[in-house]
Design a protein around this ligand. Sequence first.
Ligand SMILES: Nc1ncnc2c1ncn2[C@@H]1O[C@H](COP(=O)(O)OP(=O)(O)OP(=O)(O)O)[C@@H](O)[C@H]1O
Ligand SMILES: C[C@@](O)(CCOP(=O)(O)O)CC(=O)O
Length: 464
Amino acid sequence: MVLSTDPPVGSSPPPVQPTTAVSAPGKVLLAGGYLVLDRGYTGLVFGLSARISVIAAPITTEPGVHLAEIVVQSPQFIDATWRYGFHLAEQEGGITVTQLHVGSKISRNPFVETTLTYALTYIHHVSRDDQTHSLASTQLTILADNDYYSLPSTATRSTSDEPAAPKGRFARYPHTLSEAHKTGLGSSAALVTSLTAALLSHYLPTLLFDPASAAGEQTLHNLAQSAHCAAQGKVGSGFDVAAAVFGSCRYRRFSPSLLSDLPAPGSAGFAAALARRVDGHKGWDTEVRKEGAVMPKGVVLRMCDVDCGSQTVGMVKKVLAWRAAEGEGSKKLWDALQERNEALADVLGRGDTGEIPGALAAVRELVREMGTASGVPIEPESQTELLDALGEVDGVFGGVVPGAGGFDALALLMRDDEETERRVEAFLEDWSRKKDARVKLLAVKGEVEGVRAEDLSVYAGWLP
Ligand SMILES: Nc1ncnc2c1ncn2[C@@H]1O[C@H](COP(=O)(O)OP(=O)(O)OP(=O)(O)O)[C@@H](O)[C@H]1O
Ligand SMILES: C[C@@](O)(CCOP(=O)(O)O)CC(=O)O
């Protein structure tokens, strides 16, 4: 630990905050990939049962010794501890965090670092008049549900000096986070959202942040979007952060200009500008609608991992270049696809299971057309073949290549019973053998709920 004689940021000694835990879901963009980048269109996004949890606990020190640090740990991975000192920048530049060494190593985690900068700046700014408030040192533990990353087949880290992997929700990976094989469920958005929520709930009194209120949800959304965009280095559509906060929804993005003129963290006026942007709820033109973002009774959304992943950035650039170059033709295609995406949401909202296969096939047809026109394999041939074959399995209504498409995990809509699950698993085993591929059904399911507070007992065995 770094000992410091400097008092922590704030005036009086910080009160000891209780240990709190929150979790936020992953996402799957069932319909509206690419279109959702443009405010003229919407996306149909589902939250997932795979969540990222963050537990915030005070770091206790001996009386008279001041610590000014935040320790973030992801104990499922090797070498995944990040330590930061923090201080107040001049001229309302906000809270600046500086990464500290852990032993001789220093490995960056830009999503964690940026979220700390944004959330601590906001927290300090809104509580600056409260003389009893200051930023105490905190330990943050991140735990990701299984299914965010594929576990190597030889895995489970367990040596004489290391505890065996606890069975159940949180796998222990035999490698570092940067070596993790992502399945594409939106780990960074769920992480940024639950880290932001954990910090806000940990440091702020309910009067300033009430996670259970609509205003609290909005504050969390606006702050998490700001931090996620900054960490990504670009303003995406933000559907993944919206799903992490609000759960399944029909999503219309915020105007990108909302975030384009924020001063850089640490520079004059950053704190006030960020707080104005986050609390200026009326300025946010995001639309989140719940109708149609549900599975009909007896239908479940499942994911099928094809174990390769895609380079989304290059695909987005190419599709948008086509959209710009072929103004009229591409608009016609997007308008028609938007109609089919909405028709799919309407079918789901009505609970009309008989119409699901047709609605999914209609969406896929135009997605393939967009792929051919833009030269981007949004639904690559091997995925078409797999989706078509899966559609023939008894109990499967059909599926799509979600989000940007490519080789990320497929989304399937199927009957929610064990027989169907067994048939799909047997089919995928057979397919993997025949095609020399590794295709498997993930345990994750569609889930409507967004961010939520968690009971600490869920994390037994993982907390320091
Ligand atoms: N369990 C974790 N602990 C700490 N940091 C994590 C964890 N999971 C993800 N992150 C952070 O998020 C980054 C991954 O973000 P990236 O946007 O590349 O993936 P993703 O959000 O899962 O992608 P996709 O949207 O395609 O699903 C990691 O490099 C790390 O900074
Ligand atoms: C292509 C895009 O519309 C969706 C990307 O989705 P995913 O990360 O592949 O789940 C990009 C975005 O909305 O930010």
